[in-house]
Design a protein around this ligand. Structure first.
Ligand code: GLU
Length: 311
């Protein structure tokens, strides 16, 4: 399924060329624990649909999922609640404001524009917590572990969770605002706590590449051969990754890379190239939009070299 490509060689070359291409980037510091990250780290992984996984660079590095966990929350919510219930509470349109913007919410007093901005994911966390209560995080970790095929299971990084939870004025403002207008009809602190835990799940790029390959393989994890989500859920999630996965730089990413993806402020990006492979990159320095500078460069190269757009 990797078309006879020397994928390991391609990843090694891309990692070695791109790891220092972080010019102008700065790591996220608004979550104090993220400010401690070693900005020189770079890791790249690919997982093909025959179940092979390749990695290059600092591939043992663990980092928190941050907004990439919004892919997990959406996939899980669609599986347990169904499309209509989820999309009655969050929209499916791109957003031209930053991921934590309160402006659009206030102007419309309506549902969050999509599940990949903070307000949307907080609503999803709220509905999951409301349904599953204390079981919610364990069920989500089990699900995320299944999507990534991680043996032994993924875990919440408690230091990141505490750091995030204690400095989350903006997310609290979003959640309390939504509660006040009725678009977050769940316990506010419970919704936020689950949202922060999701953002704090530790992963490596090989975990994310396998998660990408599960989406690219229409919901069947090609490594474990376990069906994790329905074909419809995979279509919905990758569709939204295409239009709103890279914050308000999703359009630029579509031009440069052209593959469904979701980034996070830890410096990771997970990609799902339908019918081809999952890819993931980690490099902490971010551009103004909150996306990994070297990560976008590496993915842009790989998209061309591997013809991931199908042409
Ligand atoms: N935990 C982060 C926040 O809520 C996630 C942001 C991101 O990765 O986009 O601010």
């Amino acid at each position: 399924m990797n078309d006879g490509l020397n994928l390991q060689g391609i990843l090694d070359r891309t990692a070695s060329d791109c790891r220092t291409m972080t010019g102008g980037g700065r790591q996220a510091t608004y979550i104090p624990e993220l400010a401690k990250t070693d900005t020189a780290l770079f890791s790249l992984s690919a997982a093909t649909l025959d179940g092979s996984v390749f990695s290059s660079g600092d591939s043992d590095s663990l980092f928190s999922m941050q907004s990439m966990s919004k892919v997990v929350a959406l996939s899980f919510a669609l599986e347990i609640f169904g499309h209509d219930y989820v999309f009655a509470r969050v929209g499916m349109e791109p957003c031209s404001e930053p991921f934590n913007s309160i402006m659009k919410l206030e102007m419309t007093s309506s549902t969050p524009l999509n599940p990949f901005i903070n307000s949307g994911s907080i609503v999803l966390a709220g509905m999951i917590e409301d349904r599953l209560g204390e079981r919610a995080i364990d069920d989500l970790l089990k699900f995320a572990s299944g999507m990534t095929g991680r043996r032994g299971g993924l875990k919440v990084n408690e230091r990141v969770y505490m750091s995030e939870s204690s400095t989350a004025d903006r997310n609290r403002a979003l959640a309390y605002f939504m509660h006040s207008v009725g678009t977050l009809p769940f316990g506010v602190e419970e919704s936020l706590s689950l949202y922060f835990k999701l953002c704090s799940i530790d992963v490596r790029t090989d975990d994310l590449a396998v998660m990408g390959s599960t989406l690219a393989n229409a919901g069947l994890n090609p490594v474990t051969e376990e069906r994790m989500i329905s074909i419809d859920t995979a279509y919905t999630v990758t569709g939204l990754m295409s239009v709103c996965g890279l914050y308000d730089e999703s359009g630029e990413f579509a031009v440069k890379v052209g593959v469904p993806a979701k980034s996070g402020v830890s410096g990771g990006i997970v990609c799902a190239a339908p019918g081809r492979m999952g890819l993931a990159v980690f490099s902490p320095p971010l551009d103004k939009g909150g996306n990994s500078v070297a990560g976008v460069k590496a993915l842009s190269r790989l998209s061309r070299e591997l013809k991931l757009r199908g042409m």
